[in-house]
Design a protein around this ligand. Structure first.
Ligand code: NMX
Ligand code: MLT
Length: 435
């Protein structure tokens, strides 16, 4: 069977033709009006980007290349004895739109293991970071520094032709994904004092190796959790802050390491990926205040006190979704299977029954339902990873899969520099003065 790069080489010319034909036929058609509120309102609903890897429906949630999360769980190859999809297969799906064979997925695991070492100077950068520097800042620093060996940056300096951009972008993207476990593992061990980093095993899958580097490789349930975790966090269409940042920075022909470190800085914000850390901090504070088996009344009062203090309920609401996030549901099902009696899981379930009505009554949030971050930390905590400052790093490892797939396709399709138009308030007032 073909390797991923060989399959891509077959798909790219067809997709270039497909895009050409789509633009020839529909290029001048309108999507409808843009209203002034969209300029002030974070561009909600503004059609502005193309990305085939995943599409988000407000009611149904995410589909990766047309497949829902349960479909991915059913169709993507699994590890021997495992029941969750291997993220290697999800990456193949994101890049090609096709379900890979077991052999193709194994080849990806081997390839990533072979590319996994990080340069010594990057190890030193991480080792010199004070443990008080947030793991996400350390993560972004290390990924930026990987640009030292970028195949794309070198090829560009040597005058590579535009039609060949995707080749070195592919190599950098594969290197980026491959090196993240060593970076994440080193940060985890440095910051939380978990001892020396073991080696990557070329016969193990990506998630198993990541779990080993974090010190959880002997726990099969944790390894399964990581397989599911990386799969569901990988991509969330093109407009979310991290995916969009990666695309935007990549559009300047910054290499995949520079583009992805920028994406990580966006993921590190509390309204985006940092929310998984914030949820756990919030749950812990709640337990400290009202106890472990608190009544619904006490929990409701705590939720209201959060809102009255002018804070958001972390893990709830979404810019696009208007129903419970299927990524939340997938994690809830994992918990029901593996940790049904966990106290914190029960609290998360209790909150799920109470928060939506409270957010509706408060009357501001357009979506009162939970998102992915409302559930992930509880699962990690259950297996002993209770250092919540690290949680967004795992989100960051996962999101690299979607951003990398997108960068490869953007360079293959010759995506131009992104440069939307901005307006001043005075210009808007003048424009609509008589209307
Ligand atoms: N708790 C309290 N207030 C909320 C919440 C919430 N969970 N969600 C939205 N609101 C407020 C929001 O702050 C805004 O208030 P104001 O008018 O005073 O500015 C109002 O409701 C309208 O906001 P929306 O249009 O519903 O939400 P928007 O699209 O602007 O933002 C989020 C989406 C996800 C940023 C927002 O729902 C939020 O802050 N949620 C909590 C943080 C979170 O869980 N983020 C993770 C998202 C998933 N991810 O991984 O990125
Ligand atoms: C994501 O996974 O990127 C978040 O749910 C945020 C979003 O889609 O805007």
């Amino acid at each position: 069977p073909a390797t991923l790069k060989e399959r891509l080489a077959e798909l790219i010319p067809k997709e270039i033709e497909n895009v050409k034909a789509t633009r020839a036929q529909h290029g001048k058609k309108s999507f409808g009006p843009v209203v002034v509120d969209q300029l002030y309102g974070g561009m909600r609903g503004l059609p502005a980007l193309i990305w085939d890897g995943s599409v988000l429906d407000a009611e149904e949630g995410i589909r990766f290349r047309g497949k829902t999360i349960p479909e991915c769980q059913e169709l993507l190859p699994k590890a021997p004895g495992g029941s969750e999809p291997l993220p290697e297969g999800l990456f193949w799906l994101l890049v090609t739109g096709e379900i890979p064979t077991q052999e193709q997925v194994q080849e990806l695991s081997r390839d990533w293991a072979a590319r996994s070492a990080i340069p010594e100077f990057v190890e030193e950068i991480l080792d010199r970071c004070p443990p008080t520097l947030h793991p996400m800042s350390q993560f972004s620093l290390a990924v930026t520094a990987l640009n030292h060996n970028s195949a794309f940056a070198k090829a560009y300096q040597s005058g590579i032709s535009k039609k060949d951009y995707w080749g070195p972008t592919f190599e950098d993207s594969m290197d980026l994904i491959a090196k993240l476990p060593n970076i994440a593992g080193r940060i985890y061990r440095n910051v939380f004092g978990q001892g020396k980093l073991p080696a990557i095993d070329a016969n193990k899958d990506y998630s198993h190796n990541l779990a080993t580097l974090l010190g959880f490789g002997d726990n099969q349930a944790f390894v399964e959790l990581l397989r599911l975790y990386i799969t569901i966090h990988s991509d969330h269409e093109g407009g979310n802050v991290s995916a969009h940042t990666g695309k935007l920075v990549g559009s300047a022909l910054s290499d995949p390491f520079l583009a992805y470190s920028a994406a990580l800085n966006g993921l590190a914000g509390p309204l985006h990926g940092l929310a998984n850390q914030e949820v756990l901090i919030w749950l812990r504070k709640m337990q400290a205040k009202i106890g472990e088996d608190a009544s619904d009344e006490a929990v409701k009062e705590y939720i209201w006190s959060t809102l009255k203090a002018g804070q958001v309920v972390p893990g709830y609401g979404h810019a696009v979704l208007r129903k419970t996030d299927p990524r939340y549901t997938a994690q809830r099902e994992f918990a029901l299977k593996h940790l049904p009696d966990d106290k914190m899981f029960k609290l998360v379930g209790q909150i799920y029954n109470l928060v939506p009505d409270i957010l509706l009554e408060a009357g501001k949030a357009k979506n009162p339902w939970p998102n992915v971050d409302a559930h992930s930390g509880v699962l990690l905590t259950h297996y002993g990873m209770d250092q919540m400052q690290f949680y967004t790093v795992l989100f960051g490892v996962s999101r690299a899969f979607g951003v990398a797939a997108q960068l490869i396709w953007d360079r293959a399709l010759g995506a131009p520099l992104e440069r939307p138009k901005s307006y001043s308030t005075a210009a808007i007032q003048k424009m609509f003065a008589d209307k």
